[in-house]
Design a protein around this ligand. Structure first.
Ligand code: 5AD
Ligand code: SF4
Length: 447
């Protein structure tokens, strides 16, 4: 039996693509191994969002180069594959397979070509053919499942490779999304995360024409589901209906990830983000004034070309006024094909690094403050597992916070007894910048 190894870089979309690839390979009789050394087929599912992410895969490819002659086959999948195409063969001649994310449905056919001795095969078309309904996906997490609802992106943010790596926007028919969600519930999943580069511009291609809020409501009504999340939202297309849907349905989680990128309207314009700071703050206000305590997270890019000190200060002031529950922050990285790559006034790496540190220190202080307010409250957690090193169970709250906790009746997993997958009330007793700690609320059973 042939053995494969797969390593994934990048976002949840990529993580889920790898699950689809894994399912496809298992269905073809391959078995999965945890070490590239023992694999016949080594796959890297790659990310090209920033230069650093892209370089990682080329480092990996160098590590095992010598094994290529010994019958090991190497494949590059995902965003670097789509972006670099056949140039990958020049840079890493031992690679035999290069396939972008729109070509995974063709993977069985590409594998047949490889199995019958083809030296190099590629799947690089970005045709808008159906790519959602892969019959197989081997999900990594037994409780939470990803479902793709929309692929690609039709925006043209000046810094972003996604339109090139994932192609134009295509929404998946709502009937397919709902059927997959119901099947997952039957298989025991209790949390679903709807995925897309821009879930807000979802539009059911079938005659119903549902928008994202309508789809969200329908998924939220599925019996047996406990939690529904979605990512990623684009502020321009984020409408009040989405907040209303969350208000109306308790299983829609108290969390919205709304990437802002910059707090300066001038920078947003240069980034071609299609909204201003006031537009963005209006959306924040919908959430802040909601009956539900909606956690808000974001992505920030520092050091976009020409970003002045004052423009950077506007991002800091936005952090102070929104008080994000958490955020991802990045130094701007020029990317091939993007319009920003040609902009004047690039900032040097040292200055970008300085701004990143300033921003992260401010955010750390905000998170310490926000998390400390939760001490004493009781949060429902989905138990994800157990941390042997700390002796704590690992829980996740509806607001997507990590809450590590002890449980008096089950201090550690034992034969046949684990809390993983259950939902438990946990009292928060301590807080830090990145997580909470607490104790499970166990009803007193005094004799
Ligand atoms: N440089 C730095 N960060 C980037 N991102 C996207 N493109 C770039 C780039 N060229 C960030 C954005 C996006 C997140 C997924 O990655 O913040 O929301
Ligand atoms: Fe990276 Fe974007 Fe591709 Fe995700 S879609 S893997 S973030 S380049």
């Amino acid at each position: 039996m042939k053995k494969f190894y797969i390593e994934t870089f990048g976002c949840q979309m990529n993580a889920h693509d790898s699950e689809k690839v894994t399912g496809t390979l298992l269905a073809r009789g391959y078995s999965q191994v945890e070490e590239p050394e023992s694999a016949d087929l080594v796959l890297y599912n790659t990310c090209s969002i920033r230069d650093k992410a892209e370089q990682k895969v080329f480092h990996r490819l160098q590590q095992f180069k010598r094994d290529a002659g010994k019958g090991k086959v190497f494949g590059v999948l995902g965003c670097v594959a789509q972006q670099e195409g056949e140039r990958i063969f020049d840079r890493a001649p031992h690679v035999s397979l290069v396939a972008g994310s729109a070509s995974y449905t063709r993977l069985p056919e590409l594998l047949v070509q490889l199995e019958s001795g083809a030296r190099r095969v590629t799947g690089l078309s970005l045709d808008t053919e159906e790519t959602f309904e892969t019959p197989f996906a081997r999900r990594d997490n037994p409780h939470r499942a990803y479902i793709t609802i929309i692929e690609g992106c039709d925006k043209s943010c000046a810094y972003c490779v996604v339109p090139f790596t994932r192609g134009p926007e295509r929404s998946r028919p709502a009937a397919g999304v709902l059927a997959e969600a119901r099947a997952l519930v039957r298989d025991g999943y209790t949390e679903i995360q709807l995925l897309g580069q821009n879930v807000n511009s979802y539009r059911d291609p079938s005659p119903s024409g549902w928008d994202f809020a309508r789809l969200l409501r329908a998924v939220g009504e599925i019996d047996g589901l406990r939690r529904v999340r979605f990512t990623t939202s684009h502020p321009r297309d984020f409408v009040k209906d989405i907040v209303d849907a969350i208000e109306d349905n308790p299983i829609l989680c108290n969390h919205v990830h709304l990437p802002v990128q910059s707090g300066s309207s001038a920078v947003l314009e240069r980034m071609r983000r299609l909204y201003t700071r006031p537009d963005y703050l209006r959306r924040i206000e919908w959430m802040k004034s909601s009956r539900r305590p909606i956690a808000i997270t974001t992505d920030i890019i520092v050091g976009f070309p020409g970003e002045t000190e004052q423009e950077f200060d506007e991002t800091l002031s936005l952090l102070n006024s929104v008080e994000y529950d958490s955020l991802f922050s990045f130094k701007y990285s020029p990317r091939p094909n993007t319009s920003a790559a040609a902009l004047d006034n690039p900032l040097d790496e040292t200055e970008k690094g300085r701004r990143l540190t300033v921003l992260q220190e401010l955010q750390r202080a905000i998170q310490i403050r926000l998390n400390s307010r939760l001490v004493g409250s009781v949060e429902e957690c989905l138990v994800e597992g157990y941390n042997q090193a700390t002796g704590q169970w690992i829980g996740r709250t509806t607001q997507n916070r990590t809450l590590n906790f002890t449980h008096p009746a089950l201090p550690a997993p034992s034969a046949g007894a684990s809390l993983a997958g259950s939902y438990l009330p946990v009292r928060v007793t301590r807080s830090g910048p990145n997580s909470l700690a607490g104790e499970a609320c166990v009803e007193s059973t005094a004799a």
